[in-house]
Design a protein around this ligand. Sequence first.
Ligand SMILES: NC(=O)c1ccc[n+]([C@@H]2O[C@H](COP(=O)([O-])OP(=O)(O)OC[C@H]3O[C@@H](n4cnc5c(N)ncnc54)[C@H](O)[C@@H]3O)[C@@H](O)[C@H]2O)c1
Length: 333
Amino acid sequence: MTKKEIQAYYQKKKILITGGLGFLGSNLAHALTNTGSCVTLLDPLFPEYGGNRFNVSEIEDRVGVILEDIRNEKLMESLVREHEIIFHIAGQTSHIDSLKDPFLDLDINCRGTLILLEAVRKFNPKAKIIYAGTRAQYGKILRSPVSEQDSMQPVDIYGVNKQAGEGYLWVYRDVHGLSCVSLRINNTYGPRHQMKQANYGILNWFIRLAVEGKPIPIYGDGNQLRDYNYVDDVTEAFLLAGAVPATVGEAFNLGSGHPVPFYQMAETIVKIVGKGELKKIPWPEERKKIEVGSYVADFSKFSKAAGWQPEITLEDGIARTVTFYEKYKEHYW
Ligand SMILES: NC(=O)c1ccc[n+]([C@@H]2O[C@H](COP(=O)([O-])OP(=O)(O)OC[C@H]3O[C@@H](n4cnc5c(N)ncnc54)[C@H](O)[C@@H]3O)[C@@H](O)[C@H]2O)c1
């Protein structure tokens, strides 16, 4: 699908984005409003997560915002009726927090997803649902690059519950005939990500440390490979997943095609920001237990099905991100 065709597809479409004030949701909202679709954002702005009203300040007059929770069953039952495409992006996103409060993760990532699916089944079974899955569903990496058929052995509660969330999608596809797509998203970075804590979104967090001239902690040797995507490429992936018929009923990996060692990502940030320094320290026990090893994604399935190809290099993406936060720091620090 060309950019023009995507534009035409989304024009006047009624779209719901759960978690729409967060990092991925708000970037997607910007792209969708440019296509002329009617966008509703659902987000309770829980302070622990990345929701931020400023994320949509430029498009506030072109989107509907509902400050509510996906676990509000009655609201979801009425909301899904009015929307043709639902990007289900809301979630508890921290691996560490999922271990500290497993029931909250269960409630948001599993029960919340089920509430949405039930509402769609009962009141709008023609709607298309695009789910924000994660590389964490694979857990320990046994084969590289990781393809969609590889085994799933999540190492933390977040990964288990995101995997269950995707599993519910396939039950609703097979038993109730719903149109569902899952994108197993990689480490993503870029503008509109929370910058207040290190619990998730480590690349963005390292940018903050560098901007403040602080040491950047590298656990162990930092040689594990990571596959970073700039948010605009992930936004494009969401748009394609929602528009291309061949994606329906399938799960797809996202990846960069240019994996780098973890320490090299941090070095690149220091070089671009011109401040900060890397500091190697031993793995904290809680992190070591859930470290999965080098992750490199095989995303050829999505490229073939939807023509998706990531375009932004790590250097370019970091430079764009730094520029964004230099301008809007006061809204994120
Ligand atoms: N950013 C990444 O690198 C990445 C990688 C893999 C998967 N994901 C998935 O993408 C999704 C979005 O991640 P993000 O990076 O944008 O995080 P984020 O924290 O910026 O956004 C998540 C949003 O969901 C909202 N939310 C939380 N609980 C909710 C609820 N009960 N009802 C409605 N909204 C709720 C939060 O307020 C927040 O605005 C998550 O589901 C995450 O698992 C993200």
